[in-house]
Ligand binder design. Sequence first.
Ligand code: CTP
Ligand code: MG
Ligand code: K
Length: 181
Amino acid sequence: MNWLAVVLTALWAMLPAYVPNNAAVLAGGGRPIDGGRTWGGKRILGDGKTWRGTAVGTLAGVALAVVLNLVAGPISAALGVSLPTFPPAAMVALALGAMLGDILASFVKRRTGRERGASFPLLDQLDFVVVALALAAVAAPDWFAATFTLPVLLVVLVATPVLHLVTNGIAYLLGLKDEPW
Ligand code: CTP
Ligand code: MG
Ligand code: K
C-alpha cells in the first residue's frame, strides 16, 4: 500500500468513531448518565455525559458507516484506493467504543479532581480512539486485522489528536462547544 492509500484508509475506517463525539455535542442535554450521583465526594461522570448525547452519538456513527458502505465502491474507484466496508459488528464497535472511551475519560477526570470541561491533554484526544479500536478488534477480529495494518494504526494515532483539536476548535468558534478541546 502506498502512503496515500494508508492515510485514506486510516481516515475512512475511523470516520464512524470520529463522528459520535461531535454528534453528542450537538445532541447533548437531558439526564446525565450518572443521574447526579457522586463517588468519594465527586461526580461519577458529570453533567457532560448524557443518555441522549451517547445514544445520538452512537446512532450517528452507525448511520455514517452504513452510508460509507454504500459509497465505498464508487469512491474507491475514483481514488484508485481500495477503501474498506464495515461489517455490522465493526459499525457498532467503532461508534459505541468512541462514546465509551469518552465516558471512561470523564470517569478518570472526575477521580483526578478535574471539573466538567477541564482539559486532560492526550487523554481527551485519544480516549475514544483507543476504546473504539479495542472493541472493533474484539467484535470483528478478521476485519480489524485486514484493515488496521501497522502503518494504518500509526496514521490513526498521529492524525486523530490533530483532527480532534481542529474539529473541536471549529465547534468552539461556532459557539457549539464551551471549550476548544
Ligand atoms: N455530550 C453528551 N453525552 C456524551 C458526550 C458528550 O451529552 N456522552 C455533550 C455534553 O453536552 C457535553 C458536550 O457534549 O458537555 C461536550 O462533550 P465533552 O467535551 O466530552 O464533555 P465535557 O462537558 O467537557 O465534560 P467532561 O469534562 O466530562 O469531558
Ligand atoms: Mg470537554
Ligand atoms: K471529551
